[in-house]
Design a protein around this ligand. Structure first.
Ligand SMILES: C[S@@+](CC[C@H](N)C(=O)[O-])C[C@H]1O[C@@H](n2cnc3c(N)ncnc32)[C@H](O)[C@@H]1O
Length: 282
């Protein structure tokens, strides 16, 4: 339902847990352009980690033996293919899936330029239908944190099905510690054009905490010059190692290794991130 300022003010201030915002965010024609710029930007980690960290991550996953030359790897939410292209360079056969047409177009163009044979697919990863063909599934930058428990379990079941019998799922989740350090954002501003819109618009940024669910909402209300109001929501469910291990076990995985980062920082409690390699259990 389209919003106007009246409908926004008549809603409760704090949205119910995991209530969706605008359906088009990652694949919005304008926002996806800003997002691609953010993925490639080397001055911040807003959408993807910087190249040096990606390089370290791939080296770590290869030297630790979790990813090997010849492996078939599925990169879920591959964005512009920053990891997929590195994995292909290491001799893996990679399939990258992302919702953003703009990111997939960029990834395909890079692969063509570099002579990389990578299967990039523009699709919703909730629609994948692979059975027992991948040695590894990769999902980087806390993507699993953005889903409700129900959707997360649905994704875990699709990942499990896509993996070979001894396949490995490699991913990372944010922790409550990161959230506490970043703090709730509450601010508003007028813009002459920026991340959300090319022209003049108003942005109201709000943060909501749901501590009983270890969940956090970053909400962005955008008002265009013609009065159109759109509400974008980024939900973030944080995890501890104990909780994510239990969830993985319930969904047919066993944690084989945990770190504080996918680049191999040794695990200790209290870090901002938890990176996990979880083996498909029989
Ligand atoms: C935070 S970015 C991370 C991108 C990439 N993994 C990286 O670290 O460079 C999340 C990515 O997931 C994609 N995405 C989000 N939901 C998706 C879905 N349901 N199906 C496919 N891709 C999705 C977005 O388009 C975006 O490229």
């Amino acid at each position: 339902m389209p919003h106007n300022l009246f409908s926004i003010f008549s809603q409760p201030l704090k949205p119910p847990l995991f209530e969706p915002g605008e359906p088009r965010f990652w694949d919005d024609p304008y926002i996806s352009k800003s997002m691609l710029e953010a993925h490639l930007n080397q001055t911040h980690d807003g959408a993807s980690r910087k190249n040096a960290e990606i390089e370290k991550t791939v080296c770590h996953l290869v030297t630790s033996g979790f990813l090997k030359t010849g492996d078939r790897v599925l990169d879920l939410g591959c964005g512009p293919g920053l990891y997929s292209s590195r994995l292909c360079f290491e001799g893996m056969k990679v399939t990258g899936i992302d919702l953003s047409r703009r990111s997939i177009d960029y990834a395909r163009a890079q692969a063509e330029r570099d002579g990389h044979d990578i299967d990039y697919i523009c699709a919703d990863f909730f629609n994948i239908d692979y059975e027992g063909i991948f040695d590894a599934v990769l999902q980087v930058y806390g993507e699993i944190c953005t889903f409700s428990d129900e959707k997360r379990d649905m994704l875990l079941s699709l990942v499990r099905r896509a993996l070979k019998d001894d396949g490995i799922f490699i991913f990372d989740v944010s922790t409550r510690e990161l959230r506490m350090r970043e703090g709730l954002k509450n601010r508003w501003y007028f813009s002459e054009g920026g991340f959300w819109r090319p022209g003049r618009h108003f942005v109201l940024e709000e943060g909501f905490d749901y501590p009983e669910n270890d969940t956090w909402l970053n909400q962005y209300i955008i008002v265009d010059e013609d009065g159109t109001v759109k509400v974008y929501r980024l939900w973030l469910h944080d995890y501890s190692l104990e909780i994510i291990s239990r969830i993985l076990e319930k969904n047919g995985f066993k944690v084989e290794q945990a770190w504080n980062s996918l680049s191999g920082e040794l695990y200790s409690k209290g870090g901002d991130w938890i990176a996990i390699a979880a083996r498909k259990a029989q």
